[in-house]
Design a protein around this ligand. Structure first.
Ligand code: ATP
Ligand code: MG
Length: 647
């Protein structure tokens, strides 16, 4: 094995076949879909494009001038029309499109007809504020229906939106408004967070002190706190909506017209303004959502992501609504007012499909099983996960305690840049392996390659790449095409580099082993963070772990682990050695951590991903890199002090 390859340390072998009952009713029941798509991927995507309503047909599926792609060339469509108008012809017009649950337990249901009316009215409001096709609009809102309404209103008139997660600071908001050169900002007076109020409008005001491009601010009243309204610039959403006409034809957009800009999470560095266009993106998210989530008319589908992340864009708004699904939207956090909040919501709305993140699942593990056990989860039929590698232990916990051993789990690997899920099981046909995102979606060509871009043999690790263009792929980095080329397409000619390391096993299943930037090099052996972390989480006392490589005189690097324990666990003498021994036993002496630090929290991005680069900075005693996307600055400061004392 070459030194540029990732070592594969252990193999999970247990297979979970889809339950017979699920298989029999699944949207996709024939494994032939994989072969068909592999034999003719353009044909496959052309068939998927028929799911949408096009104003004008496209003439060519794909025009590929690496690394620039055009999909469904010449086609004209509108994303909002596909999510709304076309559902109004039949009975679906009275179907719940969005079921909203507020943090305080207030709820609101918008049918497709309701949503269509509000979106059309708000599109007219935007027009009256001078927004034209092509103008950028920044959306900085809590998880309330107005966030989806604002996105769809932008899409309706062809104004690309840039949604900025409502948990971001004024500074982070300012940078994103400025980068997109937004003409209008849509925000709210404030947002509820664990019973208190975050002043979103005040944050926006601060952000706007330092940018020139914004002409108007629309303010949704959500919390009722006092805000300053700047004359001539700021308007209340509810006042503007009062007199707005509900008649606003959907703008015919070219398949390649920009739908939105979205900034990446910033786990590895400065966020990138990822650009998605209309046709290919809508085809990608509509097809993947229908096939992966097995969506049926009667489902209550809940994706717990925030609309500020790509998961919220593709799998709360565009994919599900294009499929005419009922989408549950929840404003708050999993621990407010109690740690059973998610399970209470599942019980209340009889949720059938739940899509969440490993960070949440590991938090539930930390809290213990008494919370899910206290609620009726029998309505659930399918579970999903996205955002990070899920440790097999966390997968099993989710499978047993939430899915009650009846629900398939779709572990979906994808990125802001890919726009749609790229690797995932199809829940009616793909056998599951805990910890593996299994196989590429039909029509998607993913590979693990070595440093020369050559495919590695089965059973080995390397760089995760995408070989062929796919419809929902990013088209560029906003305002910076050079960065698009250098970040994603420069390592190997015409091959998209994901930034992730992975292995593929003897069955051809893919295992994401973490970011290539995070790989630990012990005595010339390259180890992915995910395997060592999974070995730690496998210990019954451990809830979560993050591993990094720390400079070591002899080995080059040594493994250092930051570990969070489950609630109520006492650390006894000898426990650190026990944990180190556990890793050595599970995956080999090579991966045995030199140091283990206990911490109540790990540094994470606001989307919940572990930021190992900050842990490396702490361990090496360096100044911290970019921290603007960090969820809680207190966590790194505490760790820094603790590390200085013990390290
Ligand atoms: P930045 O690119 O700014 O550093 P980011 O990569 O965290 O931020 P996202 O696009 O939100 O931004 O995250 C995509 C990444 O998340 C993937 O590259 C991968 O590392 C990780 N990921 C997502 N889903 C999975 C999954 N199911 N299994 C393993 N890793 C996943
Ligand atoms: Mg990334």
């Amino acid at each position: 094995m070459g030194e540029e390859q990732l070592e594969v340390l252990f193999e999970e072998t247990r297979l979970f076949q889809p339950p017979e009952e699920f298989r029999a009713q699944a949207n996709v029941q024939s494994a032939g879909v994989y072969e068909e798509a592999a034999a003719d991927s353009a044909g496959f995507w052309a068939r998927q494009a028929e799911r949408l309503t096009w104003f004008e047909p496209w003439s060519k599926v794909l025009e590929w001038n690496p690394p620039f792609a055009q999909w469904f060339v010449g086609g004209k469509l509108n994303a909002a029309y596909n999510c709304l108008d076309r559902h109004l012809d039949g009975w679906r017009r009275n179907k719940a499109a969005i079921v909203f649950e507020g943090e305080k337990g207030d709820s609101r249901v918008l049918t497709y007809q309701d949503l269509h009316r509000e979106v059309s009215q708000f599109a007219n409001v935007l027009k009256s504020l001078g927004v034209q096709k092509g103008d950028r609009v920044t959306i900085y809102l809590p998880m309330i229906p107005e966030a989806a309404i604002a996105m769809l209103a932008c899409a309706r008139i062809g104004a690309p939106h840039s949604v900025v997660f409502g948990g971001f600071s004024a500074e982070a908001l300012r940078d994103r408004i400025d980068d997109a050169q937004a003409k209008v900002v849509i925000t709210s007076d404030g947002s509820f967070r664990r019973g208190s109020v975050v002043p979103l409008k005040a944050n926006a005001d601060n952000a706007l002190k330092q940018v020139q491009c914004v002409e108007h601010v629309v303010v949704v009243k959500r919390t009722g706190i006092d805000v300053e309204m700047q004359d001539g610039r700021d308007v209340w959403y509810h006042e503007a909506m009062e007199n707005a006409s509900a008649n606003c034809p959907a703008e015919p957009m070219d398949a390649e017209d920009m739908l939105y800009i979205l900034y990446t999470s910033g786990t590895t560095g400065k966020p990138k303004g990822v650009v998605h266009t209309t046709g290919g993106y809508m085809v990608g998210v509509t097809a993947t959502h229908q096939m992966i989530f097995d969506i049926k008319e009667e489902d209550v589908y809940w994706c717990t992501a925030d609309v500020g992340w790509v998961t919220g864009h593709s799998y709360i708004v565009y994919g599900p609504l294009a499929n005419g699904a009922t989408v549950l939207m929840y404003e708050g956090t999993p621990d407010y007012p109690n740690k059973d909040r998610f399970w209470q919501i599942v019980e209340k709305y009889r949720v059938t499909i739940l899509y969440t993140a490993p960070t949440a699942i590991r938090t539930f593990m930390k809290w213990g099983t008494k919370y899910p056990e206290s609620r009726d989860l029998s309505s659930l039929r399918l579970l999903g996960t996205v955002g990070e590698p899920i440790n097999p232990e966390a997968w099993m916990w989710y499978y047993k305690n939430i899915g009650l051993e009846r629900c398939p789990i779709v572990d979906t690997w994808w990125q802001t840049e890919t726009g749609m899920v790229m690797m995932t099981p199809l829940p009616g046909i793909t056998a599951l392996k805990p910890g593996s995102a299994t196989v590429p979606f039909p029509g998607v060509n993913v590979e693990v390659v070595d440093k020369d871009g050559q495919p590695v043999p089965k059973g080995s690790g390397g760089y995760l790449v995408i070989r062929e263009p796919w419809p929902a792929m990013l088209r560029t980095v906003y305002g910076d095409p050079d960065r698009y080329v250098s970040t994603y397409w420069s390592r190997w000619q015409g091959i998209y580099f994901t930034g992730d390391g992975a292995k593929w096993d003897e069955d051809g299943y893919f295992w994401v082993m973490g970011r290539v930037d995070d790989v630990i090099n012990v005595s010339g052996h390259r180890i992915g963070t995910a395997e060592v972390e999974s070995a730690l989480v496998d210990h019954p006392a451990v809830a979560e772990a993050a591993c990094i490589g720390k400079t070591h005189e002899v080995k080059g690097q040594a493994v250092a682990a930051f570990v969070t324990l489950k609630e109520g666990v006492d650390v006894q003498a000898g426990f650190v050695d026990e944990l180190k021994g556990h890793v050595a036993k599970k995956i080999g002496a090579l991966a045995r951590p030199d140091d283990i630090f206990f911490t109540a929290e790990l540094p994470k991005t606001r989307s919940g991903k572990i930021m190992r680069r900050l842990l490396r900075d702490i361990a090496e005693g360096r100044a911290l890199g970019d921290t603007t996307t960090l969820a809680d600055a207190g966590v790194v400061n505490q760790l820094k002090e603790k590390y200085a004392d013990e390290g």
